[in-house]
Structures are given as C-alpha cells and as structure tokens.
Design a protein around this ligand. Structure first.
Ligand SMILES: [Zn+2]
Length: 90
C-alpha cells in the first residue's frame, strides 16, 4: 500500500497501455490527462505519473530490473513501482 496515502484507481488494461505510452512522450501531459479524464487531483495525478514504470520490471528509482508483479515496493531501494503489465509487446 502506498505510504503517501494515495489510493491508486483501478485502471483498465487499455488505460494502462495508454498512460505508459503517454508518459514516455510527456509526463506533464500524463498528469493533465489523469486530472481531466480520470478526475483525479493534481497531487494524485503527479504521484501516479511519477510511479508509472515506462519499462515493465525496471525500478523507477534504482537499476533493479526484476520487478515481477504490479504495485510493488522495490526490494532494493524501497520505491513504489506501479509496474503495470501491458499487453502491447511490440
Ligand atoms: Zn529500486
């Protein structure tokens, strides 16, 4: 559970695919999208954007790259990783 007290909404698979792609293009755009399309606060949107993993399995903060499920704490550095599994493999 995120220690900063933010509830991560349940995103559908297509939301996850879309948000990961969007973050790769522009984290700022992703924050705005979360606020506009998902009616989240600025604080929540920033938090979620920060913790979206652009590459599945790779920690957002350190070089650990063996994260094997969604929404977990990196065993190496303790950072939250949403680590969404996407079905878009190409
Ligand atoms: Zn880490």
């Amino acid at each position: 559970m995120p220690k900063e007290g933010i509830d991560i909404p349940e995103f559908t698979q297509s939301d996850k695919n879309r948000l990961i792609k969007m973050k790769q293009e522009s984290p700022i755009k992703t924050v705005k999208c979360l606020m506009d399309d998902y009616k989240l606060s600025h604080h929540e949107s920033k938090y979620i954007t920060k913790h979206i993993n652009e590459t599945y399995g790779k920690c957002n903060r350190c070089n650990f790259d063996k994260l094997d499920r969604e929404n977990l704490i990196c065993p190496k550095c303790g950072a939250l990783n949403l680590n969404w599994i996407t079905d878009d493999t190409d």
